[in-house]
Design a protein around this ligand. Structure first.
Ligand code: FA5
Length: 337
């Protein structure tokens, strides 16, 4: 063995043997300014003919030192174990387990209820064309909902047929898309995020809606009412019921707003609801122009549609005073559900 290598090897062995801290000793030998590292740099000064033998000598010395360090580390660890007290009966640290956000929990529940009566969940774009969000739904160009103080428009090339792109302000954009996808009978449930320029205790700029669409022959308003009562009793409990109030939407005729009896006063009237009823969302019989836009003959088929806000629906079940709480990411609130 080259005398220089032998010298460094001997020095390293004595460093390891007297070491109290093997990790520190490793650095003294192999670290940036370690004795072995300095020796390795010597290789360029060795005669070319002797370099290979010098290299082999370095490798063999390195393995010997590493092996010694490994043994030293183990023996140091064992002696620490024998002097330190470890209570092996102490309970382990519990990992915090999260859970689904309450909106996701409600979505699962809503899907399960509507699946029981034959609705199937579909998914449609949340950035969609003007055509699907407005025009195909019988909404004229000058409709107030199409103003940019109400809807978020996306900077995009105008499509000659489909117009501009918008962040969907409601899930009704799925209606004509579903009519294009399948022929009647249709029983669609579309759940998605919606976006509007609104924020206060009952409005958030991003919220969720669930949209139902049922198209077949001879669909009637009592079927619409029956569907709401089925949902309400399953979601809110057997004591709650719904009522339809006349309203106006461009894409349904007749149109309604759907109210559910207040959970606090069971419909008698209280401080929260005032009248005994709370508004759930919009609904109505699909307008013939919407059926035509979806390629369905309104003389053969008819149907109903409804669109409700999920955050408000949850707020009505849990009596939450402010739906902005859903999106403040405050664990003290979220952990309660
Ligand atoms: C609509 O969006 C219609 N597309 C509903 C519809 C569908 C009617 C099919 C007829 C047929 P409206 O703008 O009223 O309607 O919204 C429906 C529900 O969405 C509201 O009752 C409310 O529950 C919820 N909602 C609306 N805006 C917000 C918001 N900014 N934050 C939270 N929830 C909202």
């Amino acid at each position: 063995m080259d005398p220089k290598i032998k010298e460094v090897l001997d020095k390293s062995i004595s460093l390891v043997e007297s070491s109290q801290d093997p990790d520190k000793t490793y650095l003294e030998i192999f670290g940036k300014s370690g004795i072995f590292t300095a020796l390795t740099a010597e290789i360029k000064n060795i005669e070319p003919a002797n370099r290979a033998a010098f290299g082999r000598g370095l490798n063999s010395a390195k393995s010997q030192i590493e092996e010694l360090l490994k043994k030293k580390k183990l023996s140091t660890f064992n002696s620490q174990l024998s002097t330190e007290f470890i209570d092996i009966t102490a309970p382990g640290k519990k990992q915090k387990v999260g859970h689904l956000h309450l909106v996701s929990q409600a979505i699962k529940e809503i899907v399960a209820i509507f699946t029981k009566i034959g609705f199937s969940l579909q998914s449609y774009p949340e950035v969609d064309w003007d055509w699907y969000a407005f025009d195909s739904l019988n909404m004229p160009k000058n409709h107030p909902a199409r103003d940019d103080f109400e809807t978020f428009f996306v900077k995009s090339e105008k499509n000659p047929r489909y117009g501009q792109q918008v962040l969907t302000p409601h899930t009704s954009n799925g209606q004509v898309r579903e009519m294009e996808r399948v022929k009647p009978p249709i029983r669609m449930l579309n759940i998605a995020r919606c976006y509007r320029r609104q924020i206060d205790i009952s409005h958030t700029p991003m919220f969720h809606q669930f949209e139902g669409l049922y198209i077949d022959k001879n669909v009637s308003i009592p079927q619409l009412k029956g569907t709401f009562d089925f949902f309400t009793t399953n979601f809110f409990g057997p004591k709650r019921t719904t009522r339809l109030r006349p309203h106006h939407f461009r894409f349904t005729e007749p149109s309604f707003e759907v109210d559910v009896t207040c959970g606090v006063c069971q419909g008698r009237g209280c401080r929260l609801c005032k009248s005994g009823w709370l508004e759930l969302g919009g609904a109505g019989m699909v307008h013939p122009n919407v059926l035509k836009a979806g390629g369905i003959d309104p003389n053969k088929y008819c149907g109903f549609a409804f669109g409700w806000g999920i955050e408000r629906t949850i707020a009505m079940k849990t009596e939450l005073p402010d739906i902005r709480l859903f999106y403040q990411n405050d664990l003290r609130f979220l952990e309660q559900f």
